[in-house]
Design a protein around this ligand. Structure first.
Ligand code: NCD
Ligand code: ZN
Length: 433
């Protein structure tokens, strides 16, 4: 096995270093050994990258890998393989496993599984409250000691401002700890199958209004102001939420936000065929909301793109719409979706897409080895993709599940190589292990 790999003639897009140029990148012993033109490939595996983009490996700060507890839907290994195939080198799995990741033992278990799989760096997210039950704080201190930097009750919103206040105040005593909120007022969202509005009325489905999110966003921003704590807002879906975040940032609050590829691509109109793969939480909202999300991502009000990869069993998703669980898989389609729907039409450039999919999530997660810069001595966590290659989203997936909102769609932009610490986890579009 060659210890050196030379990526030859790639368009290197590295926002962290302010670089966008055709270059060679030489990797040796797990790290970047040189970036330049006409590098010597002697003794290296040479990968011809003409016409391809090379960027820092993608970072997904919000995924559900389902292990422990629902290994029928996904395991850390299959989730990480799906991630690598999608160009990711780092993934943060949410704590809504069974048992819940609310203590160091579960965190260690997930990390051990990830080390065995050796396909991605995994940064398990710890629960904010015990059992995600919203009553008592989880063992946050113990989990920080175990290396956790992000905490979330995702799947549920922290139910009261008081618990959030306590958790943010406590988290503030540690360096670089962030709380990630799934913003949803349960009393308004309860029973909602989709966004409440014209389309929920015509389809005869119970709706959850945008206000269910906006109320929680407003409350959480107020608590962030009160505590001075660091808050991250998950999967924003509404234009008014975006407006609240814009103002909070202008005010100087320590807040960051993410959006999913599916909220950037679809809207509530797309539910006309009752496709349960488009049933997601938060629900797909209006085309106007989607336009605001796109603009906010382009201008940096929304920092990051996160997949919210949420695998579910076929029989669950084949149920009637109101019985199917919410969620879409997303690790294998995220990059293609962003390139096709946002970069292609000129809503943002490749540099901004890489920033939102690698640089920003790495920074928010504290994943210092990821997100670039691609410079000598840095760990070689990289992705190479073909921005011109088209493909159709269809099974088989590397994920154990197949509930993709993008099924049947043609995406332009395909991952060719993914490299984790100098080793190819994906080459020529196929996982190496
Ligand atoms: C998530 C899941 O399946 O774990 N589903 C989703 O639609 N995002 C949980 C959640 O956030 O509701
Ligand atoms: Zn969520």
């Amino acid at each position: 096995m060659a210890e050196r790999t030379l990526f030859r003639g790639a368009r290197v897009v590295d926002p962290a270093a302010g670089l966008d140029d055709v270059m060679d990148v030489l990797v040796q012993e797990g790290g970047v050994a040189a970036v330049g033109s006409g590098l010597d490939g002697l003794g290296s595996t040479v990968l011809d990258c003409e016409g391809l983009v090379l960027a820092p490996g993608l970072v997904d700060m919000h995924a559900h890998l389902r292990q422990p507890g629902r290994e029928d839907k996904e395991t850390v290994e299959t989730g990480c393989r799906a991630a690598a195939a999608g160009g990711f080198t780092a993934v943060a799995p949410m704590a809504n496993t069974d048992p819940v990741a609310d203590n160091a033992a579960v965190i260690h278990e997930i990390r051990d599984l990830a080390v065995q799989a050796d396909l991605c760096n995994v940064f398990p997210v710890g629960a904010i409250t015990k059992g995600l039950e919203g009553e008592f704080m989880a063992d946050i201190g113990e989990m920080v000691e175990a290396g956790v930097r992000m905490f979330s009750d995702d799947g549920r919103c922290v139910p009261t401002a008081r618990i959030l206040r306590n958790a943010l105040t406590y988290a503030k005593t540690f360096d670089d700890v962030v709380l990630a909120e799934h913003c949803e007022d349960a009393s308004l969202a309860e029973g909602g199958q989709m966004h409440e509005g014209y389309h929920s009325y015509t389809l005869g489905l119970a709706g959850a209004p945008g206000e269910a999110e906006e109320i929680a966003v407003a409350r959480d921003l107020a608590v962030a102001r009160l505590t001075g704590g660091r808050l991250h807002l998950c999967h924003l879906s509404s234009a008014r939420s975006v407006e609240l975040v814009r103002r909070a940032k202008a005010e100087g609050l320590r807040v960051t936000a993410e959006v999913t590829p599916h909220h950037l691509v679809f809207s509530d109109e797309d539910l006309v065929a009752y496709d349960t793969n488009l049933k997601v939480n938060p629900p797909l909202r209006t085309a106007e909301d989607r336009a605001s999300l796109r603009a906010a991502l382009a201008d940096g009000t929304i920092d990051a793109i996160a997949t919210d990869h949420a695998p579910h069993a076929v029989e669950e998703k084949e149920a009637e719409f109101d019985r199917a669980p919410p969620g879409t898989i997303g690790l294998e389609t995220a990059l293609g979706a962003v390139l096709t729907e946002l970069v292609g039409p000129g809503l943002m450039d490749v540099r901004r897409a890489v920033e939102a999919m690698a640089v920003a999530p790495a920074r928010i997660l504290g994943a210092a080895d990821h997100g670039g810069p691609i410079e000598m001595g840095r760990p070689a966590n990289l992705v190479v993709f073909d921005p011109a290659a088209s493909w159709v989203v269809e099974p088989p997936f590397h994920s154990k599940s197949r509930n993709s909102a993008f099924l049947g769609r043609t995406l332009q932009g395909r991952v060719i190589h993914t490299m984790l610490r100098g080793e190819l986890t994906v080459t020529d579009g196929k996982p190496t292990r």
